[in-house]
Design a protein around this ligand. Structure first.
Ligand code: ADP
Ligand code: ZN
Ligand code: ZN
Length: 737
């Protein structure tokens, strides 16, 4: 073939290069190419053909990088699907999919250094030596004899690093012409599978496992809806073991990197060193090593990772488990492709003809609906493992507490009394507030001035420990002002409350209690996160105050009481998913308590106790609540009954932005009519000095979504090309959350 279309790690289409000078080039191979004025990029061969491009000069590929493809045909198909589904270029997929060392990029050819596979030194016994000669050389030289023995046992050659021989012994044998040394690509460093006993399942767990297996007879996806602490992880181990026994790869996806280490340890106890964790916080060298090792070894790997693990070179994927499938962290928020890890996992599994288990205590309405519609096979697990009781939920009316004088700081008496009881009994308490910092805004009571970010349309959050006000959108930070800049009043007030304030107040109400805080500020590294978690787990603190992070997958045995300080924060979000999210968050937080013998209690503080959500915080309630929510979504035409594409436009100048948005929405309306909503100004309409507007497109199920996406992509790219719009950022988000 004379030409190849090459994927480059850029937001650009593929370009054609000449390749006739490279023998036997294959699709999926990596090459170095020159692109732009003076840049050398790593590219991937997307396809090969003999059609010269119609215009422009054509450059030759500089060189091929490895003697094997970097990407399998299945991976290319997966990349294509991602780029097409999420309205991105395949180059944007490449940019996030491959570890950085695998796709180097440099200004000149001299500076361009492709990744080279680590070499290993190998000792080999020469064949043309007689026994007699050999005997002579090793006589009275036990170390030489031992080494020769070792090489013979290994079949004639052995890696230098696998012997304990000293340099003198080796060089003596080389000099005597008995062995030779050469270098070759190091063998992949994948650990051995050493499967030990799997957990014995309870009767209910066994029944669920049987239903999963029988579900897989007719469906490729099973939704395992198991209440928190029902032992979903234990159940996963059985199909995982089965797939590994067949020599297939297994992928266990988790929504957040912080959750991998606990799970990896748990799985390594059962499956040994073959369990590998893979996520974006590993060093580039480690990520590259894992990628290359998998590429060069047979299937049978067990990967636990965040969504980037979807891009590893699986040879034969047998099973994908998506744990906590409801978690919104699965969605990539930026950059392109803005893909959903769960949905992409299902796609990847189907390309491999593999099975998928989606697990959650609080399934997303999308997955729940798919199970109801028999697209997925639904399996449920309604009781906790070991007979521990589900927590008792107490809805505590904040307004009534105020009226009766039963509220101190941000706590109702109902909650405070229980905290006192639990602390007296030596048990632990978690307090949840989904805001970090001390107070979300600072206000002057005299003139009404509020501290705002100059670059974003939001108030600044007070952080007491640092003595600062800071913006949670752009990081802008100033010293906490003592006086109102407008009227010079010195009575500035902190309004509302975040975790830092909860920590302060609870410490003053319970001065002897030991309090820890877990939020984006205190756990800003995985080290800090692990330290706080293990301190609390070891009983070194009595109360843990935290944001959303405390809701995720943690297993503390001493916790018997949870306080949700302001549920109205959750339910009042201006989003059609607010009720679903609030329900999920409350149940996930609640799931952290009473995981052992002692039953737990959850106090939910709200000013709106009659909200229907609160009646749905148990299993029977969920069926009812989900059905009700789905009915509402159908009525108002929201997912899962339609598909959404959200287009966000950003620019520093409001007028330029409005013009671009008006042009885009007008053109989209020509194609989609009233399915196009907007442009509208979002709640936060300025971030980092850029104005923001949004256009929403609703595609009903009757219409081809693939065709609609293609039209959107085409329209957006036309509007982008107009001279006035060149500097406007336009982002398409398919299935936005
Ligand atoms: P889930 O993921 O459903 O919240 P886990 O898998 O974390 O639940 O299980 C909750 C607790 O119960 C864990 O400490 C787990 O080790 C224990 N557990 C669950 N099932 C079993 C089992 N079959 N044998 C032993 N321990 C179990
Ligand atoms: Zn003032
Ligand atoms: Zn800001």
């Amino acid at each position: 073939m004379n030409f190849a279309d090459i994927i480059l790690p850029l937001a650009q289409p593929c370009y054609t290069f000449a390749v006739s000078h490279i023998a036997d080039l294959k699709v999926g191979e990596a090459v170095a190419v020159q692109f732009g004025k003076s840049s050398i990029y790593t590219g991937i061969v997307l396809n090969l053909h003999n059609n010269p491009p119609k215009s422009g000069s054509i450059k030759p590929v500089l060189k091929r990088l490895y003697d094997f493809p970097l990407l399998s045909p299945l991976q290319i198909e997966f990349w294509r699907w991602l780029s097409e589904y999420y309205i991105s270029t395949i180059g944007e997929v490449m940019r996030i999919a491959l570890p950085s060392l695998v796709k180097p990029h440099a200004a000149t050819e001299e500076l361009y250094t492709p990744y080279s596979i680590p070499q290993q030194r190998v000792l080999r016994l020469k064949g043309d030596i007689t026994d007699e000669q050999l005997q002579k050389i090793i006589r009275r030289a036990p170390r030489r004899a031992a080494l020769i023995n070792k090489i013979q046992e290994a079949g004639g050659e052995i890696a230098r690093s696998d012997t304990k021989a000293d340099a003198a012994t080796i060089s003596a044998l080389v000099k005597a012409d008995v062995i030779e040394i050469f270098e070759r690509d190091a063998t992949p460093q994948l650990g051995a599978i050493t499967q030990s006993l799997l957990p014995t399942l309870s009767a209910e767990q066994s029944a669920a496992l049987e239903r999963i297996n029988s579900g897989f007879q007719s469906r490729n996806v099973v939704l395992l809806h198991g209440v928190t602490s029902s032992g979903k992880t234990e159940i996963y181990t059985h199909p995982i073991a089965k797939a590994l026994e067949k020599g297939e790869d297994v992928l266990l996806l988790v929504p957040e990197i912080s959750l991998t280490s606990q799970l990896v340890e748990r799985m390594q106890r059962m499956f040994g060193e073959r369990v590998i964790s893979y996520h974006s916080k590993l060093t580039p060298a480690r990520r590259t090593q894992i990628y290359m090792d998998m590429l060069r070894s047979p299937s049978g790997n067990f990967i636990i990772g965040a969504r980037s693990a979807l891009f590893l070179p699986y040879k034969k994927l047998g099973l994908v488990v998506v744990d906590e499938e409801h978690d919104t962290s699965y969605k990539q928020s930026e950059p392109n492709p803005r893909y959903h890890g769960r949905d992409a996992a299902i796609m990847l599994a189907s390309l491999h003809n593999a099975k998928t288990i989606l697990g959650s205590a609080t399934p997303s309405l999308e997955s729940f609906n798919n199970a109801m519609a028999a697209k997925y096979y639904g399996v449920s697990l309604t009781s906790r493992y070991g007979g521990s009781q589900p927590p008792k939920i107490i809805i505590s009316d904040t307004l009534r507490a105020v009226k009766r004088g039963e509220r101190k700081s941000h706590f109702n008496k109902e909650l405070l009394d229980r905290i006192a009881e639990r602390l007296a009994a030596g048990e632990q308490v978690i307090l949840f507030q989904n805001r970090r910092g001390y107070a979300p805004y600072v206000e002057c009571p005299r003139c009404g001035w509020k501290a705002r970010c100059p670059k974003c349309n939001v108030t600044l959050t007070r952080h007491l420990k640092n003595g600062t006000l800071s913006c949670h959108y752009c990081g802008y930070t100033i010293a906490d002002p003592r006086f109102c800049p407008d009227c010079k009043s010195s009575e500035l007030q902190a309004m509302g409350f975040g975790t830092e304030r909860v920590e302060e107040q609870i410490a003053s109400l319970f001065p002897t209690a030991r309090v820890l805080r877990l939020d984006g500020d205190s756990a800003n590294s995985s080290g800090a996160y692990n330290r706080i978690i293990s301190q609390f787990a070891a009983g070194e603190a009595d109360i843990l105050v935290g944001t959303q992070i405390v809701a995720k997958g943690l297993d503390f045995k001493g916790v018997t009481l949870i306080g949700i300080l302001n549920a109205d924060n959750l339910t009042s979000a201006p989003d059609f998913r607010a009720a679903e999210r609030a329900w999920q968050t409350i149940l996930q937080v609640a799931g952290r308590c009473g995981r052992r013998e002692r039953a737990g209690e959850v106090v939910v503080q709200t000013a709106d106790p009659s909200h229907p959500l609160f009646a749905a915080l148990d299993e029977q309630g969920y069926q009812h609540f989900a059905a009700e929510q789905l009915r509402e979504r159908q009525l108002f035409n929201y997912p899962p009954f339609c598909r959404l594409i959200r287009i966000t436009l950003r620019h520093r100048e409001g007028s330029r932005l409005s013009a671009a948005a008006a042009m885009l929405s007008q053109r989209l309306k020509k194609e989609f009519g009233s399915r196009v909503l907007g442009p509208v100004t979002p709640l936060i309409d300025r971030i980092r000095g850029e104005h923001i507007v949004e256009i929403l497109i609703k595609i009903e199920s009757g219409l081809s979504f693939a065709r609609s996406r293609a039209i959107v992509a085409e329209t957006v790219s036309e509007v982008r090309k107009k001279a006035d719009n060149r500097t406007v950022t336009i982002i398409c988000d398919v299935d936005p959350l």
